[in-house]
Ligand binder design. Sequence first.
Ligand code: ARG
Length: 453
Amino acid sequence: MAKMWAGRFTKPSDQLADDFNSSLPFDCRMFRQDIRGSMAHAAMLGAQGIISAADADTIIAGLEEILADLESGALDFDPSCEDIHMFVEQELTQRIGDTGKRLHTARSRNDQVAVDLRMYLRDECDTISALIRELIAAVTEQAEAHKNTILPGYTHLQRAQPITFGHHLTAYGMMLARDLGRIADTVKRMNQSPLGSCALAGTTYPIDRNATAKALGFDGPCVNSLDGVSDRDYCVELLSALSLIMAHLSRFSEEIILWSSWEFRFVELDDAYTTGSSIMPQKKNSDMAELVRGKTGRVYGDLMGMLTVLKGLPLAYNKDMQEDKECIFDAVDTVKKCLEIFVPMIRTMHVKTDRMYRAAQEGFINATDLADYLVRKGLPFRTAYKIVGQIVGHCIQTNQVPDEMPLSEYKTFSDLFDEDLYSEISLETCVQKRTSQGAPGAMEEQIAYLKQL
Ligand code: ARG
């Protein structure tokens, strides 16, 4: 079919160039938003008397049919069309004749694509937020079940101080809570309507940008028409929010992989979310978690791709911007898939409380509490710290744990030690007494926070 702009040219474009130029294979997923946008535009043109009310009605009815046929699968995309906007317009004109040619009055594909993308991503933000909430619920459920399950907390991947598994999981809940907030922030700036910016300079027709913005659920129109068609900040913002979601899922994955190893055996993933090996019969691999960790790189790449596309682009629209879609669609699809798999993986994760407890007993993780014991008996912290360091060294040499070292031996380090030290440094006491805000002994507030999100 001849191009819309064939009149200005003396020969048709090369097939290779057409293929290179086309975005239909990936922007066809925005057909609903494109059609809704066109309906709102047609209604506004009719209301403003820019086209007749009858023409507006005919256009809207035609668009409704196209939408229904695309939804039902009765209509296929025509691969010869350059993009979704051209396809819908061509189909409309084929169905309703010349009236269809009035739709593109006071509009350009530049503002059209910007509207479509904002609406599409706005919907995806809702889906992603719902998935994050589900994951927060799954994490919170496990956290509540394990608010008394003791395990070592680590720094430098060395056993540091006793915490509970519930406390550890709640930390991931907080990351996810911030992710929710970041998506909501992104939507605030995304939810401005570029429609009516036209190609770049607005229009001489008496359009009503507030009406289309309202009809399409935007908070209002973009204030400057050049910015309206060339702004892709919301893509960068969303991609960085998505990158951080992946960073969190990737850290979580890394821990799950470590915890599932035979060395740790802190958790066992459900069979439904693990794989075996084709050669080693004993293997049970955390493939889902590993894939999430791996896919994080993809999403970071999508963010870098988007930032780089925008760098140095002169105002206003440039075809480079067509490159916004594949990276952001890839990131959105990837994050949704990762969140979807994470929810049941966490929900069904079996926690080996005995292994966690044993690890907590073996790492001198109550050494700080032993020092605090001496502080309570009157020693300055630094002096107590030094004595406990010597005790730990002695325990390593004599192959014993502080919880079991006899009082007589303690007395050789300081005569402030007494029988009560054993209950004071028990793992349970160490955890329960940490009642400062945010600590493992103060879980109610943390759980309540996650539950109200
Ligand atoms: N397919 C194009 C895109 O995704 C639509 C806008 C085309 N505008 C233009 N002036 N060629 O960016």
